[in-house]
Design a protein around this ligand. Structure first.
Ligand code: UD1
Ligand code: CA
Length: 450
């Protein structure tokens, strides 16, 4: 089955420099959702019609969707004109599905039902319609209960009878009839455009079997995006769809309406997610993990039974049975082993923490390799930057780094070493040694009374 996806509209009402169909929604451009629904429903040959300024669409979408073809519609002369531009791969005996690139909530189930209807009825063309109390800008669909008659655009309505059936803008055709009718379109209408809606009419006037598929899918499935407000509305629907999928798999969400999870994120059964959580990109959350309120995780994995609270993590890896936060900041390359504790106001960047490392509060560790069970006390930091270059710090297993220690990198602390509180360490501390680098305290009795 072939599909043509129309994505050449200007989208000027978005008031955005980005092409309309490339606006991100829960981790993907809206057009990608349409392509994936078509692929899932069995379309193995997809042409996306872009405008002459659609190079960005071609580049970005081509990189994430395999085997998608692109066609260019030079001027936006209407939906029919766009299909004509995208019909280069269509041959007589193809089944062709036409979709709009700005309807990201379209489902593969809907497409399968539409195709089944076409096959069951041996139709040459099918128009998908939905029932609406208010038709607004939708085209009006007319039929005589068995055969399609015509679609009339809102702007072209004159003395037409009222109907509650709206044109979704989604169709399926047999290749031969589509190609023939595309060659016969004209632009005699209110907008001087080549309307795709005329195509089924031309086919039916040719004496062919054209029918209306009355979809029972919820209205939200056909939400088209023309404005930022529509985008937010569609994103809310997609969000609840994604969240429902996780909940069906046994994820517990305290407030799904306040939980923002990108499409494609893996969350194991038994994970608990508190309100106001954002999971973006390629996150993966293992069984038994608890993601507390206020967490914003991007491209981050969380191990089994780990508890993350009010923290931000970006391209980080957190092992099993860890405690993270509240108010921890894990930056790219932060890799935590199992049983680690990264507590409040701790920042970790480009550092490997082996199992059992504890940094309970107010610490910074950047560009470091930290051995097992190291304790990094309150206020300890790695001074990893000398103003021009970054340097690494190495800390052996079971070392104890006291409070307010500065480790001036590059520097190495041996296993089982102890660094006294307040020390500024510039030289290697051998294993099991005590490193102390601070002024001795001196007492001046009665000083303030003088
Ligand atoms: C169209 C239908 C209308 C239907 C509605 C459903 C026509 C004439 N009307 O109207 O009956 O109820 O969709 O949403 O088809 N596009 C191009 N090139 C163009 C024009 C449009 O690629 O020259 C693309 C747009 O990017 C969009 C799709 O076609 O993805 C639909 O275009 P749009 O302008 O939104 O059509 P409507 O006026 O909404
Ligand atoms: Ca539209």
């Amino acid at each position: 089955m072939k599909a043509i996806i129309l994505a050449a509209g200007k989208g000027s009402r978005m008031q955005s420099d980005l092409q309309k169909v490339m606006h991100p929604m829960l981790g993907k451009p809206i057009l990608q959702y349409v392509v994936e629904a078509a692929q899932e429903a069995g379309c193995d040959d997809i042409t996306v019609v872009v405008g002459k300024d659609g190079e960005a669409v071609r580049k970005e979408l081509g990189a994430v969707c395999d085997g998608v073809h692109f066609a260019v519609q030079d001027e936006p002369l209407g939906t029919g004109h766009a299909v004509l531009a995208g019909a280069g791969r269509v041959t007589d005996n193809d089944e062709v599905l036409v979709l709009c690139g700005d309807m990201p909530l379209i489902t593969s189930d809907f497409i399968r039902e539409l195709m089944k209807f076409k096959r069951d009825n041996f139709s040459e063309a099918v128009v998908a319609a939905i029932y609406r109390d208010e038709l607004g800008d939708f085209g009006r669909v007319y039929d005589d209960n068995s055969y399609f008659i015509e679609i009339v655009e809102a702007r072209d309505i004159k003395n037409h009878p009222t109907t509650k059936w709206a044109n979704t803008g989604i169709y399926t055709f047999r290749g031969r009839s589509l190609l023939r009718a595309l060659g016969m379109m004209n632009n005699n209408n209110a907008q001087r455009e080549y309307y795709l809606t005329d195509v089924p009419k031309i086919i039916s006037e040719d004496g062919k079997n054209v029918q209306v598929f009355r979809s029972r899918a919820p209205m939200s499935v056909f939400t088209g995006i023309n404005t930022q407000e529509h985008l937010a509305e569609a994103a809310a629907h997609m969000r609840s769809r994604i969240n429902a999928g996780h909940m069906a798999n046994g994820v517990r969400m305290l407030d799904p309406a306040a939980t923002y999870i990108d499409d494609g994120i893996k969350i194991a059964r038994g994970v608990v997610i508190y309100p106001n959580v954002i999971l973006e990109g390629a996150c993966e959350i293992a069984a038994g993990a608890i993601i507390g309120t206020g967490c914003h995780l991007t491209d981050t994995t969380v191990g089994e039974n780990t508890h993350v609270r009010q923290s931000v993590a970006h391209s980080a890896k957190i092992g099993a049975n860890c405690e993270v936060g509240p108010f921890a900041y894990l930056r790219p390359g932060a890799i935590l082993g199992n049983d680690c504790r990264v507590g409040n106001f701790v920042e970790v960047k480009n550092a490997n923490l082996a199992d059992g490392v504890k940094m309970a509060h107010l610490a910074y560790i950047g560009d470091a390799d930290v051995g097992q069970n190291v304790n990094f006390s309150c206020g300890a930091i790695t001074a990893n930057y000398d103003g021009s270059k970054k340097h690494r710090t190495k800390i052996g297993d079971n070392a104890f780094i006291g409070s307010n220690v500065n480790l001036i990198a590059p520097v190495e602390i041996g296993a089982d070493a102890i660094i006294a509180a307040g020390s500024t360490i510039t030289d290697t501390v051998p294993p099991c040694a005590l490193g102390i680098a601070r002024e001795r305290q001196c007492i001046k009795p009665g000083y303030s009374k003088k």
